[in-house]
Design a protein around this ligand. Structure first.
Ligand SMILES: [Mn+2]
Length: 470
C-alpha cells in the first residue's frame, strides 16, 4: 500500500519538474491566485519562488475563475500561472490562453491531458483533504529551488485555511510539508484546544465569541464565561491585563480544556463534537508570540480578512514578510472581518434556516457579503441550528445581481458519497448560460441567475438526495 503512494508521489514530482523546467525557460509572468487564505499563500509561495529565479511578474487576485475573469486578465502578460484554481476551468483556459499557462491546483479537475497542470487528483491523492493549493505550489517551488523549503510554513497556513485539519490533524501530503517545516524549525505541532483566538482573545471572549463551535450557555454570555473560568481555578487577569489562553500555565490549560469538554457534553454536544475541540495545532516559531500570525489558524483568518474584503495585496505582503505597515492594515481588516462573521452568524440565527428535502438552506440576499457567506455556512455546523446529516446551501447577492451559491458539507456526508463540487458543476451545466461553478467534495460554490434559483434548488435537492440516499 505504502509503495503505491510513494510511486504516485514520484509521478507528481516528475510533473512538477517538467513545469519547473518550463518556467525557468520563460519570463514575464502573471500570477493569478484565489482570494482566500490558501489562495494568498499559494500566490506568495510562487511569487517568492519566481523572485528567486529573477523572473519578472505581476500578480492578480480573483474571487473565482469564471470565463469573464479569464477574459479580463487575458493580454495582461506573456505567461500565466494559476494557483489554487484553474483545474476546473482547463477547457476555458485552453480556449482563451492557448499554451502559455500553468495550473497548480487541488480542486477537482475536469478531464484534460494538459501537461503544465499539477493537481493531486491526477496522481491518486485527495486534494480535498491531504494537500491544499499552497501545498501543491510549495511542491513545485521545491523543484524550482531547494531553498524554497523555507516556504513550507506558508503551505501549512494554506492547508489550515482550507480546513484540511478538520479531522483533528493534517494528513497525507500535508504531512510531508509539515515534516519540512519542522525540520526547518519553522513550525511546532502539538495537541491542544482548537478554538479560535488563543493568542488574540481574552479568556471570556475566547469562550463567548467562539463560533466554531458555539457553546450553548456560554455564547454571548460573559457572566457565564466568567463563572466557568473562575470555577476552573483560573484568574481572569494578570497584572491588570486580561489573560488569554496562551498565557495559561500547562496545568491551567489542562483543567480549562477538560472542564470545557465536560461542559460541552453536559450541554448537548455529541462525544465526537466535544472531542473535536482538541486536535493538532500549528505554531509558527518565527512569529512574535503575541501576534495572531503565531498560530496557523489565526494567520489564515488574517489572510481571509484581507483577501475576502478586497485587500488581497495586503495579505500577500504579510505572506511575503511585511510585519510593519501591511501587518498593521491586516490587523484592522481582521477586526472588521470578525465583526462581519459575527453579524452574519447572528443574522442566520435570527432569520433561521429552512430544511429542505436534502439540505439546509438560507438566502442572505444582501445581508451577508457573498465573499464570506460560505465561511458562515461552514461555521453553522458548530452551532445547534443544523444537524450533520445534510449539507448547507446558502445564497447571497453578488454586486452584478447574480446569486452566489455556497455549499458546505460534513465529513460524514462525504463518506456517504456526497461530492458538492461535482454536483454544483453538473447542475450549472444543466442550467446552461452564465451558471458556472465547482470546488471540493466538502465545500463548493457557483453562481446562477436570479430566475434560475427555483430550478437550481429543485435539481440540487434531487442530486443530493440521490447521492446520500435520503
Ligand atoms: Mn484552496
Amino acid at each position: 500500500m505504502k509503495k503505491i503512494v510513494f510511486m504516485d508521489f514520484e509521478e507528481l514530482k516528475k510533473r512538477n519538474q517538467l513545469i519547473a523546467e518550463e518556467i525557468k525557460k520563460r519570463n514575464n509572468f502573471v500570477i493569478v491566485n484565489h482570494h482566500d487564505a490558501d489562495g494568498l499563500c499559494s500566490g506568495a509561495i510562487i511569487a517568492k519562488a519566481l523572485e528567486r529565479e529573477n523572473k519578472k511578474f505581476n500578480q492578480i487576485t480573483a474571487k473565482q475563475l469564471y470565463s469573464d475573469t479569464i477574459r479580463e486578465i487575458k493580454n495582461s502578460g506573456e505567461n500565466y500561472i494559476f494557483v489554487d484554481f484553474g483545474s476546473g476551468q482547463l477547457n476555458l483556459l485552453e480556449e482563451m490562453l492557448e499554451k502559455n499557462y500553468f495550473v497548480i491546483d487541488h480542486h477537482q479537475p475536469v478531464k484534460s491531458d494538459y501537461l503544465f497542470h499539477s493537481n493531486p487528483f491526477l496522481f491518486g491523492f485527495d486534494g480535498g483533504k491531504e494537500v491544499s493549493g499552497a501545498g501543491m505550489t510549495y511542491f513545485l517551488a521545491k523543484e524550482l529551488n531547494e531553498k524554497n523549503k523555507d516556504l513550507s510554513a506558508l503551505a501549512i497556513v494554506g492547508a489550515v485555511g482550507d480546513m484540511q485539519d478538520y479531522e483533528g490533524e493534517l494528513t497525507g501530503l500535508n504531512r510531508k510539508i509539515l515534516a519540512d517545516a519542522e525540520e526547518m524549525k519553522l513550525i511546532k505541532k502539538e495537541k491542544d484546544l482548537r478554538l479560535y483566538g488563543k493568542i488574540s482573545r481574552p479568556l471570556t471572549q475566547f469562550l463567548s465569541f467562539s463560533s466554531n463551535p458555539i457553546f450553548p450557555g456560554l455564547a454571548a454570555n460573559d457572566k457565564a464565561c466568567v463563572d466557568f473560568i473562575l470555577n476552573s481555578g483560573i484568574e481572569l487577569k494578570e497584572k491588570n491585563a486580561w489573560k488569554t489562553y496562551s498565557d495559561l500555565t500547562k496545568e491551567e490549560k489542562k483543567t480549562f480544556t477538560s472542564n470545557l469538554i465536560v461542559y460541552s457534553i453536559e450541554n448537548g454536544f455529541s462525544e465526537w463534537k466535544a472531542q473535536n475541540i482538541i486536535g493538532e495545532t500549528y505554531t509558527l516559531l518565527k512569529e512574535n508570540p503575541k501576534s495572531p500570525l503565531r498560530d496557523a489558524k489565526e494567520f489564515a483568518t488574517l489572510l481571509n480578512s484581507c483577501g475576502r474584503h478586497g485587500e488581497a495585496h495586503i495579505g500577500l505582503k504579510v505572506c511575503m514578510g511585511d510585519r510593519i505597515n501591511a501587518y498593521q492594515n491586516a490587523m484592522e481588516l481582521l477586526l472588521e472581518h470578525k465583526r462581519q462573521l459575527r453579524a452574519g452568524i447572528e443574522w442566520v440565527h435570527e432569520q433561521g434556516l429552512t430544511e429542505e428535502k436534502a439540505f439546509y438552506f438560507f438566502d442572505a440576499e444582501e445581508n451577508i457579503k457573498e465573499e464570506i457567506v460560505g465561511i458562515i455556512a461552514g461555521m453553522l455546523y458548530g452551532s445547534n441550528l443544523v444537524s450533520q446529516k445534510k449539507p448547507i446551501i446558502a445564497f447571497a447577492r453578488q454586486k452584478d445581481g447574480l446569486i452566489k451559491v455556497s455549499a458546505r458539507a460534513t465529513d460524514d456526508l462525504i463518506r456517504k458519497g456526497l461530492n458538492l463540487g461535482k454536483i454544483l458543476r453538473e447542475t450549472c451545466m444543466e442550467l446552461g448560460s452564465d451558471a458556472e461553478g465547482g470546488g471540493h467534495k466538502i465545500a463548493a460554490g457557483c453562481r446562477i441567475n436570479l430566475w434560475q434559483q427555483n430550478s437550481f434548488k429543485e435539481k440540487l435537492n434531487k442530486k443530493i438526495a440521490d447521492s446520500i440516499k435520503i
